[in-house]
Design a protein. Structure first.
Length: 357
């Protein structure tokens, strides 16, 4: 899988067995439609075996239908929040799609994420409920977990369309060890051309948010897909030499130099993303010590691969579990983390069983 992104121009020379494995890995990584985008960007589709093209054309149909659905859902959200009189800042996949960024090509995702001021949360939630969205987490502990400690409301699902929206007021939880100022993110947001009232984060902030999502979250089911997002954003915005010093300076301003260091390191190591030497040196100032960095390499080099038997070794599952614990450790102080893990491990299953009965 990684070799496809490192040397895409050689894909036309791959054997049928290589392609069979690549397609399986791409499905596991949620990157099948992204693989089509990669192939087409290098003009290779016509040179591929017929069966491979058939798989990729199926992925095209799915990706096109997905983008249509996202655009419709964003229109419905815009309509629902019209009375709130605030700019609608899209995050992650929806932002890439509506802004027409290369990172949107073949990018599949399950929800639409938006960023609003914390003070506007009651109005935004009420407006969405009036238009058919409802909270998905009804457990009292989960409600408190989201509303008191987290950076978002409990996910909301539309009762008819089943579409999910995540309403964020920040990009890291209130309990996290670092807290990028959401006011700075909103102040720098850029309007989306041709989409009145819709905004995305500024280019550097798009990269930093993607890095935070990957390296602070602790969930790696889509790890490679999220790393490919950063890779594509860097290729796109990095064509402007002024972007790189702005990126590292913004990371320092928002206390996000460490996740940026990891993003640049693993994009370069795993995907061969071209990162200027000056940016590498600037990011290296936030690197952990040699022993910790060696451990992080050991863990991330496994967790960022597709969750597929051909990519796993005996340490892959333990690596993902360790990074899951690390993600929670970064997001919560120790007493809260211990309470949260205890509740999820022992109390939540009992409560779910009672509800089923």
């Amino acid at each position: 899988m990684l070799q496809a992104y490192r040397q895409p121009q050689r894909l036309a020379d791959w054997s049928a067995a290589d392609w069979d494995l690549l397609l399986r890995q791409s499905v596991a990584a949620y990157l099948l439609a992204g693989l089509l985008a990669l192939v087409e960007e290098h003009g290779l589709l016509a040179r591929l075996p017929d069966q491979v093209r058939e798989h990729l054309e199926w992925a095209r149909t799915l990706a096109e239908r997905h983008q249509q659905g996202v655009r419709y859902e964003v229109a419905m959200i815009t309509r629902a929040l019209a009375g709130c009189e605030l700019p609608l800042i899209l995050l992650k996949g929806a932002a890439y799609t509506m802004a027409g960024l290369p990172a949107a090509r073949g990018r599949l995702y399950s929800d639409v994420d938006i960023l609003v001021p914390a003070a506007s949360l009651p109005d935004v939630e009420a407006a969405l409920m009036m238009h058919g969205w409802a909270a998905t987490h009804h457990d009292a502990y989960d409600q408190r977990y989201y509303r008191v400690w987290m950076h978002e409301l409990p996910p909301m699902r539309h009762v008819l369309r089943n579409a999910v929206i995540d309403v964020h007021h920040a990009i890291l939880p209130l309990t996290a060890r670092v807290r990028p100022d959401p006011d700075k993110l909103r102040a720098a947001a850029a309007p989306i051309a041709g989409a009145e009232g819709l905004y995305t984060l500024a280019p550097a902030d798009l990269v930093l948010h993607s890095a935070v999502h990957l390296f602070y979250d602790g969930e790696f089911d889509h790890g490679l897909r999220d790393l490919v997002d950063i890779h594509r954003l860097l290729l796109h915005f990095g064509a402007d030499p002024a972007f790189w010093p702005a990126l590292t300076a913004r990371a320092a301003e928002l206390q996000l130099a460490r996740p940026l260091f990891y993003a640049l390191r693993y994009c370069a190591q795993l995907l061969h993303t071209p990162v200027p030497a000056d940016a590498v040196r600037a990011a290296a100032g936030a690197a952990p010590g040699p022993l910790l960095l060696g451990l992080m390499d050991f863990l991330f080099h496994r967790a960022l691969l597709p969750v597929h038997a051909s990519c796993n070794d005996r340490w892959s599952a333990p690596a993902r579990f360790c990074l899951y614990l690390r993600g929670n450790w970064l997001r919560m102080p120790p007493p809260l983390l211990a309470r949260h893990l205890f509740h999820k491990a022992f109390l939540s299953p009992k409560e779910a069983k009672k509800q089923r009965e």
